[in-house]
Write a protein that binds this ligand. Structure first.
Ligand code: G4P
Length: 533
């Protein structure tokens, strides 16, 4: 293929790609919505395929079930499907028990997010946390208010809740007509189209009723005594809410809002049809030296997740690599800049809804799985030519801590090797206090602790156990003034630890203590995230 042809091909493929994640609090309907999207994309043939995987996860945390759970979740962790000629990559954000740093880091690899809000609950804590991560890159957010078939909050109260808790302006693109038993459907403000709800029936293209204006008699005919309420609502929001503005959406300051019921597959198609039009195609990404644009001819990308033990028999690890520019071709040689070596990617995998398959090529926005024998860590950049280092794939401050104790001191070497590798994979964070020889582990989700003990045992033949420790806040420390930094370390030595990459960390028992330190040391910076070396 000539360079001109290849360049054109890359551009065409970029324009077709949409890479996103769903953010929500557990039980808001992420699994249900994912399934409906996959059905629309033809990636699964029947409802229940994703759901049944979820229900196979049980609540015990013995090693086997963790393994099993990992095995299950990985096949669904990146789902690729085609809808109306768009190639859509949906990255799973693990929730519930396996909520972890991975959940956050996945969001650094997407170009857009769909936020699901439970109509009865409004903004819930996990959504708030995930939104904070989206904020770091101003990721555009599309909102889907779910479960309109049940009673819930008034839509305007949900808007106020979103705007207040998430600091993002809502611009409705559809509007609900009633809710619960009186739920009649949604009105598409943009298309001036009425979509009528019938429980269990998936609306088809062409079912919508186009109306001329709000005075149209069709509204009265279809909605009876709810027509006037819809008229009042639309008049109100058209006066109060700002109209949809693609630039404000792309900047992440405004979110278009859709209403529906995922379980009834209602309102989902409207959202997906709008999604492919407004969600951004893969854009530029920042590196330490320059911005990299997707249409550049040479391959580049970064690793944002490492999945171990996908196949316990082989102890394989898969590095998830987000392509940022150029075209990936099977068997190509790339530079692994951190270790300054060339590697050949001969067996890259792409993840379909229910299977893994080997691929021969991939484009910006795609995620490929690369087999890895311990030489790849999170944050690594691979490129075809130029040395680069992508930024914005951080480590996140843990919120849970344990002191880990090695049961057999003769196994110290294996214990250290295990901790180092698990830290490189992002499975756990390891801290060494400067005043003693403790090993303190930090995690965003507590399942990470169970996984660590189980993996130390199974992969490194090391028995370890935990002791509770009174810590709940960690911040990475920097300070331009080296003398001040020295003072800070000296005066807070019982709270200072070094992390696995040698960053100074302040560990403390409460947000209050943190606030106290922040006030007392104005020259010192306390970071909630840090980049990988
Ligand atoms: P999650 O992945 O975000 O945790 O949520 P999930 O899709 O599993 O949905 C959580 C619960 O909410 C499920 O009920 C699901 O059926 C229900 N749900 C999802 N969308 C809707 C909706 O539009 N309307 C209503 N009424 N319910 C909805 P469950 O009882 O926990 O599970 P199941 O027995 O239905 O499988």
């Amino acid at each position: 293929m000539t360079l001109i042809n290849e360049n054109y091909e890359i551009k065409r493929e970029i324009a077709k790609r949409r890479t996103f994640a769903i953010i929500s609090h557990p039980d808001a309907g992420k699994t249900t919505l994912t399934e409906k999207l996959l059905l629309f994309g033809g990636a699964i043939q029947q409802a229940g395929a994703v759901k049944s995987r979820k229900s196979r996860k049980n609540v015990t945390s013995d090693f086997l079930s963790i393994e099993q759970e990992r095995g299950i979740s990985v096949s669904t962790s990146i789902m690729n499907f085609n809808y109306k000629n768009y190639e859509i990559n949906l990255l799973d954000t693990p929730g519930h028990r396996d909520f972890s740093e991975d959940t956050y880091r996945v969001l650094t690899a997407v170009d857009c997010a769909v936020m699901i809000i439970d109509n009865a609950k409004g903004v819930e804590p996990q959504t708030k946390k995930l939104m904070e991560v989206c904020r770091m890159r101003n990721t555009p957010i599309i909102t889907f208010i779910n479960k309109l078939d049940k009673e819930g909050m008034d839509p305007l109260d949900i808007f106020a809740d979103i705007e207040d808790k998430l600091q993002i302006e809502c611009t409705p693109l559809t509007w609900p007509i009633g809710m619960g038993k009186r739920f009649k459907g949604v009105y598409n403000i943009d298309k001036k189209e009425l979509g009528l709800f019938s429980p269990g029936y998936t609306p088809q293209n062409g079912d919508g009723i186009i109306i001329n204006d709000l005075n149209d008699y069709a509204l009265d005919r279809e909605l009876k005594n709810q027509a006037d309420k819809l008229r009042d609502d639309i008049n109100l929001i058209q006066g109060a809410a700002e109209p949809f503005d693609i630039d404000l959406f792309l900047k992440g300051t405004h979110t278009p809002v859709f209403f529906g019921s995922a379980i009834n597959n209602f309102g989902v198609r409207e959202m997906l049809d709008a999604f492919i039009l407004i969600a951004p195609q893969p854009g530029y990404r920042k590196t330490l030296t320059r911005d990299v644009f997707p249409e550049e001819p040479y391959l580049s990308g970064f690793v944002f997740k490492i999945q171990a033990n996908m196949d316990p028999a082989h102890r394989d690890r898969i590095a998830f690599f987000r392509i940022c520019s150029g075209k990936f071709k099977k068997g190509m040689k790339v530079k692994h800049h951190r270790i300054e070596k060339d590697i050949i990617i001969s067996n890259a995998t792409i993840f379909m809804a229910q299977e893994r398959k080997n691929i021969t090529h991939a484009y910006p926005g795609d995620i490929i799985g690369i087999y890895n024998h311990g030489t790849i860590k999170i944050g690594d950049t691979f490129t075809e030519k130029e040395p680069l280092k992508f930024v914005g794939i951080p480590s996140f401050a843990p919120e849970h801590f344990r002191r880990v104790i090695l049961k057999n001191p003769m196994k110290m070497k294996s214990f250290l090797k295990g901790l180092t590798q698990l830290a490189e994979e992002g499975a756990i964070q390891v801290f060494r206090p400067i005043i003693n020889n403790d090993y303190i582990l930090g995690a965003v989700g507590t399942l990470q602790f169970d996984v660590t003990i189980a993996r130390l045992k199974n992969e490194y033949n090391v028995d370890a156990e935990y002791e509770p420790i009174d810590l709940c806040v960690a911040r990475w420390i920097t300070c331009d003034n080296q003398n001040k930094l020295k003072d800070f370390k000296k005066q807070n030595s019982s709270s200072i630890a070094m992390d696995s990459e040698g960053w100074i960390t302040f560990l403390t028992t409460s947000e209050y203590q943190l606030g106290f330190a922040v006030k007392a040391w104005p020259d010192v910076e306390f970071h909630k995230t840090r980049e990988y070396n």
